[in-house]
Design a binder for this molecule. Structure first.
Ligand code: C5P
Length: 406
């Protein structure tokens, strides 16, 4: 996807073994539509060559404040003025200390100091040994950098090049890419608590069998990601699916409808928006057999008795916070036909302000979808697109509805 189309990013490399990951990051930024100008410190050039970075970014690398290629001999001004953001990855402990003091004795630090602070955000992806990371000086510097308006991206945990294990690794290129995309996204849900259910449920019959459905969870996971990009704190209650957790999202894995009901009930008091995308089983087997059920002598399976599951969405929609407008509930309707008619009826039945209809068999497991938004006034179509694109449109729509209420 062209999530970074039109963005021009100065990618700064400072000294650290994580420079090798900056090559992948450069590619990933460009694949997402950005243009990238690489600037390297002398220490960075000990780890990876400017030739590599030039080839990947398709632009000459800058590494000196005395670069005569610029007509006015001011690369720190020229390069920083055209950037939508400066991203330093890896950012060494030493470079953070320099930034903190406003030192400017190499092109990259000079450029950071010279950038128009309100227009050119500075993002840093620290990378260092775990002891250096944990050192009070580093932590103090990080806090002050954040207070000065620098966006400090996190660090990874795990094996380090030095042979030690702990916090301080640079985030992986794909993680950094997602953080940069999220950074540029509009923030209409800033600070809000959003609760999302996703995926199917699994209703056990016996220890080896159960009833489930074809929901892949992809739409719900995309919505969780879009809400997180929009600035929300997102909790995702996920049925049994193998999808990766969207970055920055808190995930609670559940199996059955009763588990999902319990998890949602425990989270609902804090939520301002609840989006129920899960395909929750309407029924569960009344008594789960403790042992595997065997065929009888005639080859028949004994009949199963079913009990109705709680309707999680209807429960949320009836809560005092939903009724007072403090909680905005959104339901999904996966239908096979007569989408509008069924979605309208479902909106009434569940008591929610907004139902999102889609054709289940056309979208289950796929990466794209088309949505029909049904509210008290009528309908609004979100035409066929990727689930992430639709999720972003839906989240923006929900944010507008909430702003209209408050
Ligand atoms: O009734 P139906 O399953 O068609 O309704 C779909 C909507 O209701 C979805 O938003 C789904 O997540 C939610 N739902 C629920 N709990 C149930 C059944 C459905 O939250 N037990």
């Amino acid at each position: 996807m062209n999530d970074l189309a039109g963005k021009h990013i100065v990618l700064g490399l400072t000294g650290g073994i994580a420079c090798y990951k900056a090559a992948e990051l450069c590619r990933a930024l460009i694949k997402s539509g950005a243009t990238v100008q690489v600037v390297m410190t002398q220490a960075a050039e000990q780890f990876i060559t400017p030739v590599t970075m030039q080839a990947l970014s398709n632009r000459p690398v800058y590494d000196s404040q005395w670069d005569a290629r610029e007509a006015n001999n001011m690369p720190h001004i020229n390069l920083s003025r055209e950037a939508d953001a400066i991203l330093i990855a890896p950012c060494s402990a030493d470079f953070m200390a320099k930034l903190l003091h406003g030192r400017a004795d190499d092109l990259l630090s000079l450029m950071c100091l010279a950038r128009p602070i309100a227009e050119v955000p500075l993002l840093v992806a620290p990378a260092m040994n775990r002891e250096m990371w944990a050192h009070p000086a580093t932590q103090r510097n990080l806090a002050q950098l954040a207070a000065d308006g620098t966006v400090v991206l996190g660090v990874g945990n795990g094996d380090q090049a030095c042979g030690e294990t702990g916090d301080g690794r640079m985030l992986e290129p794909d993680e950094l890419l997602l953080d940069v995309i999220a950074f540029f996204a509009p923030k209409p849900l800033q600070g809000q608590q959003v609760l999302v259910t996703a995926g199917p449920t699994f209703e056990a019959i016996d220890p080896v069998r159960g009833i489930t459905n074809l929901s892949s969870g992809k739409m719900g996971f995309a919505i969780a990601r879009a809400a997180q990009e929009a600035g929300a704190h997102v909790t995702l209650v996920a049925g049994p699916v193998q999808l990766p957790t969207p970055r920055g999202v808190t995930r609670l894995d559940v199996t059955s409808a009763l588990d999902m009901h319990q998890a949602v009930s425990a989270q609902l008091d804090r939520a301002q928006v609840f989006i129920a995308t899960a395909a929750v089983a309407d029924w569960r087997v009344a008594t789960v057999a403790e042992q595997k059920i065997k065929k009888d002598s005639a080859g028949q399976m004994p009949p199963l008795q079913f009990t109705e599951n709680p309707d999680i969405l209807a429960m949320a929609a009836k809560s005092p916070r939903a009724l007072s407008g403090a909680l905005f509930c959104v339901g999904f309707a996966a239908e096979s036909h007569d989408l509008l008619q069924h979605a309208r009826a479902k909106r009434e039945r569940k008591g929610v302000p907004l139902i999102v209809g889609n054709i289940g068999p056309a979208t289950f497991g796929k990466d794209d979808n088309a949505l029909l938004l049904v509210d008290e006034h009528g309908t609004h179509e979100l035409p066929h697109a990727s689930k992430l694109t639709l999720a972003r449109q839906l989240v923006a729509d929900i944010a507008r509805r909430r702003q209209a209420v408050h």
